[in-house]
Design a protein around this ligand. Sequence first.
Ligand SMILES: [Mn+2]
Length: 446
Amino acid sequence: MRLLHTSDWHLGRSLHRADLRAAQQSFLDQLVEVVHSERVDAVLVSGDVYDRAVPPVDAVAMCEEALVRLRGAGARVVVISGNHDSATRLGFGGRLVDAAGVHLRTRVSAVAEPVLLEDEGGVLPVYAIPYLEPEAVRHALPLPADAALPSGGAPEDPPRGHEGVLSRVIACIAADRAERGAHRSVVLAHGWVTGGSSTESERDISVGGVGNVPASLFSSFDYAALGHLHGPQVLAEHLRYSGSPLPYSFSEAGHRKGSWLVELGAGGLTRVEQVPAPVHRPLAALRGRIDTLLTAPEHRAAEAAFVSVALTDPARPEAAAERLRQRFPHLLVLSWAPEGAVDDALSYRARVAGRDDLSVASGFVEHVRRSPATDHERLLLQEALEAAGRADTETAPWYEADPCHGIDADADADADADADAECGVGGWDDEAALPVAQVLPERRVA
Ligand SMILES: [Mn+2]
């Protein structure tokens, strides 16, 4: 029995607005080829098929085409919904297409109904557990078939939290498995199992680690195909994350992405090997002064890569993005982290208290560029402030009304991948179009 374990396709996602559709397509093409060449019996897709609950139409078309081709290549396909998917939308028609060998498992009520595969070792039940949001599903969970109800037959208090909910589901599965007399079983699940490490591109499913579930919950399965964390990882021989097929953040620049080709014999797991995913375009995170980055031979490999640059020049270089793009045409993120800069610990309110508008505006120029406004710039600011009728105002009441507005905005250079995805695929031609978070200096500089 050969299984191909993949997850976190995130179809519809871009990387800092770079279009990844061709990259996602070449991964799916490869998946179909592997099913052919390795005679894969079933493809297991462990959630986050799409990047969002309402995916773009071309992502839906790409997914359907992939499912049809995987099935055509001879594999059954088992899919669960992840925390990015809408379970209802992904599962639409699921009970109808089940008969065709494509199993979209997204319903809470069906968590303990396995997809049945078969080989010379007998029947292999594959339990597909969709991502379960604890508060949303706790009252809808089935009870284990062998559970003794408390006296009077009243249902007990439904479980709470990821661990509680998943424990109940695993108990239901154990009961089903015992009833079938199955000596082997496989499970798909989407969540954060203790011991796994995250990247910057997963959407958090928890607060303070309460989303973690213990690895021991999966100890009775011959193989557990996990999704959610985007780095491929092995928590135990039988307990693995395939990771996403593409890097979806610069924190994944060093990953070797891929799928797991899993082999089960009559007695259980016999072999697992990684099938590396095609590399569409590598990622490179560079840091240094602009003149060095533009000339240093060691950065030659980054010329063809998607690039993130943190400039360390003491003063903000002019037209930095334009110059960097001469050498690194796929520059996606630019931030500025001047050497020796010290964090200004004063709150925004304290910094502007008692200052006039011209001084605040000139201070903003200095803050952003790390060099004071020139006389000419001060003149321009003065004219602008006069035009706005505020030149003589001693204080600036509009700051008081909204102390978070303006220069105290979060200057963290991390781009929010979710927000990025919401922006869709676009492009920008100059620094002025960079999101604010990417052009303000980093606040925490060593
Ligand atoms: Mn994911």
